[in-house]
Design a protein around this ligand. Structure first.
Ligand code: AMP
Ligand code: ZN
Length: 486
């Protein structure tokens, strides 16, 4: 089967063809590093990871760039509201300065990358910080200005969407002429409410002169326009071009980016360089709370460490996410996440219990199991189908070698680390107390004293392990929640 992805640009599934035959340039809008990522944000990056793994398994060399937004993302997602980084400094009781913004940004970027590692997400090749690329952004703004696409208001420089007839090509709800501009704060100085800031001044200039607006000292000089900071969309236009060239192959982000961020990126990059920005645009649907949007700013966000505190292994959260297709909304339910944890544990235990020979004999020849996994993933990343195929093959495959072969493929594609979790769920060298209990139990078993053997099983359970009898063998297992992240 050939590789197809749903392209938000064409609103249909399309065969994927990179610009260069074996290389793929992939850009993912990264986190705004003003707080810990919530588990909704993490859905966006698990989806990208499966996309990348699928491309790699198809033989492509992937160059993956993910920016860290440490400047310019306003809480209104558009041109209004407080600057998110300034809010973080207030929260952490740090004086407002560019240095402190950098410190806070780096702190949360590191915590974000640690979350990705726990989730077995392959770390991108490049993770550039927006604040290190201001000159490149200013360069694009100058080109846009010289071409007549940018105008000045009292609080910034704005892109004139009316001059770009394709504005809203992704399906923006705030395209020119459309009334639905709910996500954009009304600004009487804009020519069109869909226009977006490419540069925001640190001081508003109105007829009374310069008015401070709380961002003094955190801007960059930009002659002849004025000290300020970049708009959120220009950051990704500049960094994607710098690291991947233009056009590049695939751009990803959450579905919320369709309405503002990505239509903005497309408009300004296409106008500045007379070329499309990216050929494929892939968007993940959201993880939603029963009460609506999960947002760091709403104070209702759940983090990966909240889940860990509840005994959920990060890979179990990954498993939970992959049970739903990335283009379907997913309603958050802790019960469902806990159920996914239990299901993964059972799966891992059943793999650990496979006959030893099966675990060693997998070879790389294609089996039905391998083919079914590949077929599911190349069809627009059908992860639920791939997971169903793992269960089906474990249940019914007569050929033990092909199971291991399939599990290797599943680990490469889905990043669930099933084989190494299975290796680690078995305890080879327990503490002396447990070892002695196991020896005693073996004796009781030999003498058919099952009552005493069962009592020992209970004692071992109290010490945090479970015993599995497999014919002559007795295996000691630790619970999934206690397994190191591998
Ligand atoms: P942010 O840190 O707000 O810039 O968002 C980082 C990424 O998470 C972006 O790709 C967003 O589109 C995505 N995102 C935000 N909220 C959710 C959610 N609830 N579910 C899935 N993805 C989300
Ligand atoms: Zn972006």
């Amino acid at each position: 089967m050939s590789l197809v992805f749903y392209n938000t640009l064409s609103k249909k599934k399309e065969p994927f063809k990179p610009i260069e035959s074996h290389n793929v340039g992939l850009y993912s809008c990264g986190p705004t590093v003003y707080d810990d990522a919530h588990i909704g944000n993490l859905r966006a990056y698990v989806f990208v990871d499966v996309l990348k793994r699928t491309l790699i398994e198809q033989g492509f060399e992937v160059r993956h760039v993910m920016n860290m937004t440490d400047v310019g993302h306003l809480s209104g997602d558009s041109d209004g509201g407080d600057d998110k980084m300034s809010k973080a400094l207030k929260r952490e009781e740090l004086p407002l300065s560019k240095e402190n913004m950098k410190i806070v940004g780096q702190k949360y970027a590191k915590r974000f990358l640690d979350d990705l590692k726990s989730l077995s997400v392959i770390i991108p090749d490049e993770t550039p910080f927006a604040s290190d690329h201001i000159e490149a952004m200013q360069g694009i703004i100058k080109i846009l200005h010289d071409k007549g696409y940018v105008y000045k208001t009292s609080d910034g420089l704005y892109f004139d969407t009316e001059k770009f007839p394709d504005y809203g090509v992704l399906g923006s709800t705030c395209a020119v002429g459309q009334e639905n501009v709910s996500r954009i704060e009304k600004n009487p100085e804009k020519k069109n409410q869909a226009d977006f800031a490419v540069w925001k001044f640190t001081q508003t200039r109105n007829k009374h002169g310069n008015m401070p607006n709380g961002t003094e000292g955190v801007g960059w000089d930009f002659e002849p326009f004025g000290n300020g900071f970049p708009g959120w969309h220009i950051e990704c236009s500049a960094m994607s071009r710098e690291y991947l060239g233009q056009p590049f192959d695939i751009h990803t982000g959450g579905i919320d980016h369709v309405g503002t961020h990505h239509d903005g990126e497309i408009a300004q990059s296409s106008v500045a360089f007379d070329s499309p920005l990216a050929n494929f645009w892939l968007h993940n649907e959201h993880l939603i709370l029963p009460e609506g949007k999960m947002a760091k700013s709403e104070g209702n966000s759940i983090t990966l460490s909240d889940l860990k505190d509840k005994g959920v292994h990060p890979i179990a959260f990954r498993y939970y996410l992959l049970q739903t297709h990335y283009r379907s909304p997913l309603s958050f339910s802790l019960d469902a996440i806990l159920a996914a944890h239990t299901a993964l544990e059972r799966l891992v235990v059943s793999i650990a219990l496979l006959p030893k020979s099966a675990k060693e004999e997998g070879d790389s020849s294609d089996s039905d199991f391998v083919t079914s996994l590949s077929d599911a993933l190349v069809d627009d990343l059908d992860t639920p189908k791939a997971i169903a195929s793992i269960h089906e093959n474990l249940r019914s495959s007569p050929n033990t070698e092909s199971i291991i072969e399939g599990l290797k493929k599943a680990d490469n594609l889905l990043g669930l680390n099933l084989l190494s979790l299975a290796d680690n769920i078995i305890v080879h060298n327990p503490e002396t107390e447990v070892k002695e209990l196991l020896q005693k139990r073996a004796e009781y078993k030999k003498n058919n004293n099952w009552d005493e053997a069962d009592k020992i099983r209970e004692k071992v359970k109290e010490l945090g392990y479970s015993i599995v009898d497999q014919g002559e063998r007795t295996l000691l297992m630790r619970p999934l929640s206690r397994l190191e992240i591998i």
